[in-house]
Write a new protein. Structure first.
Length: 216
């Protein structure tokens, strides 16, 4: 995929920044040093990251998500059950973040992990959407949003556990437990939300029919 100039500058900047982040965190000072090392002018910096460090942090997580997506696309998961596909997606994302675990830890220290407000919250949703899409989910009704919302809700705990550098078997078991919990909540929510949405849909259809009758 061809990058735009701003994407190319941002990628260069993030690559230069990550070694500094491991020691200095996601700070303006670290970003300034990295920009100099990457040979970016003030204009190129403004084009690459108009919001500064926040944009660079977003680019870092976006790159990990893209890597995980490509990894999953190269795998044959047709024989796996849906829960196992979802777990594999989550683990693929963590695997993409693995080389820069300290950068993720530094993001956590500043409250910049991808489940805060604004763009960060959108990133969490994007990761959940990527995982469910890779798992083959094509739902378009409320199930689509409930699945992604429930997965996004357990991502924080999964990442914080992963930051403690658990053994692979422990991480696998932890992710399985959290996904099972989310699935249980989803089933409970579906019993309540499903009938409500069905009733609203029926009322909406009745309203349309009534409107057509009046027109005639």
């Amino acid at each position: 995929m061809t990058q735009t100039p701003s994407e190319a500058y941002r990628s260069r900047w993030v690559t230069a920044l990550l070694p500094h982040v491991a020691f200095d965190g996601w700070t303006d000072a670290a970003a300034a040093r990295a920009a100099k090392e990457a040979g970016l002018s003030q204009g190129e910096q403004a084009l690459a990251a108009p919001n500064g460090v926040i944009d660079l942090l977003e680019a870092f997580f976006a790159a990990a998500e893209a890597e995980a997506k490509a990894n999953l696309a190269s795998q044959d998961m047709s024989a796996l059950r849906v829960p196992d596909k979802v777990k594999r997606g989550v683990l693929a994302w963590l695997e993409a973040l693995e080389p820069n675990r300290e950068a993720v830890r530094r993001a956590a220290a500043r409250g910049f992990l991808p489940w805060g407000a604004g763009a960060a919250a959108q990133r969490t949703w994007s990761v959940a959407d990527m995982v469910w899409t890779a798992a083959g989910d094509t739902a378009t009704d409320y199930n689509r949003y409930s699945k992604r919302g429930l997965l996004a809700a357990v991502i924080p705990g999964i990442v914080m556990h992963w930051l403690d550098n658990p053994a692979p078997a422990d991480l696998d078991a932890y992710v399985s437990r959290r996904l099972q919990q989310a699935s249980g909540l989803g089933r409970s929510a579906g019993k309540v939300v499903g009938p409500v949405l069905d009733r609203l849909s029926a009322l909406k259809s009745a309203g349309k029919s009534s409107g057509r009758g009046q027109e005639n």
